[in-house]
Design a protein around this ligand. Structure first.
Ligand SMILES: Nc1ncnc2c1ncn2[C@@H]1O[C@H](COP(=O)(O)OP(=O)(O)OP(=O)(O)O)[C@@H](O)[C@H]1O
Ligand SMILES: [Mg+2]
Length: 235
């Protein structure tokens, strides 16, 4: 968690009452608001609307004057983009795939995410460690404990403050991708059973960690999904 980053020392305080409120309380309150950066990850299977919602969230944070960065896994740096290229184009053993994702995650975390959090900025990340649990664990059958251990190493035991899982029926997500038209064969490359397992992986994570992982119904309109996201972020 980046709790240590967000709750910073507010310095010396005054104890003069103003209209019944102690000035000290007021200063702490303002300072907490100003220091409130969050690490937010957006998850879900292909075509559920992650990119669409991240753009709306970026505009929302900008409007609120919140300092943030927006990044994605497994990209973000030159090394990560190279690893991403291998992952997207070559078939491989599931454990090899997991380790490549974890290698990219370690690089991305230490060079992009961690410095931003230390700098007190909010971070929005398109997929993160939970994706390995869902895809390599539930989807490809790699041992979950192994994935959790590698996730801890790659992320220096940092968990997002909030993970939003956009969830919807597989056929409708596939239909959205067909309409988008950029990668018509994305769903066809892997069978439906695979995506059913991945979806279950995300739903199970929300049951296991209900405070952190929030499921949002992405069958709703773009605007309604955005409102639901904003309501859980509470900025
Ligand atoms: N709530 C929605 N209702 C209808 N269409 C939507 C909704 N959200 C997104 N779309 C459309 O569905 C398509 C897929 O959305 P988007 O690219 O945001 O998904 P994604 O989760 O980022 O996909 P990928 O996993 O491939 O990156 C886009 O054409 C987008 O305009
Ligand atoms: Mg996307």
């Amino acid at each position: 968690m980046c709790t240590n980053i967000r709750h910073q020392d507010t310095g010396p305080t005054l104890l003069l009452p103003i209209n019944g409120i102690h000035l000290a309380t007021l200063i702490i309150y303002i300072s907490l608001i100003m220091n409130k950066n969050l690490f937010i990850t957006i998850e879900g299977i292909e075509g559920v609307g992650k990119t669409t919602q991240i753009k709306l969230l970026e505009a929302y944070l900008k409007g609120k004057g919140i300092s943030f960065i927006s990044t994605r896994e497994p990209g973000g740096t030159q090394v990560c983009e190279k690893i991403r290229n291998i992952l997207l184009h070559d078939e491989m053993d599931p454990v090899t795939e997991l380790m490549l994702y974890e290698a990219a995650r370690a690089e991305h975390f230490s060079t992009v995410i961690e410095p931003a959090l230390k700098d007190n900025r909010t971070v929005i990340c398109d997929r993160f460690a939970d994706a390995s649990i869902a895809y390599q664990g539930y989807g490809r059958g790699v041992d979950i404990k192994l994935i959790e251990t590698l996730n801890e190493i790659a992320t220096k035991q940092t968990k997002p403050d909030l993970t939003i899982v956009l969830d919807m029926d597989l056929d409708q997500a596939s239909e959205r991708l067909r309409k988008r038209g950029t990668e018509p064969d994305k769903f066809e490359r892997l069978d439906k059973e695979f995506y059913k397992k991945v979806r279950k992986g995300y739903l199970d994570l929300a049951v296991k960690e209900p405070e952190r992982v929030k499921i949002i119904n992405s069958l709703q309109s773009i605007e309604k999904v955005h409102q639901d996201i904003v309501s859980v972020i509470k900025y």
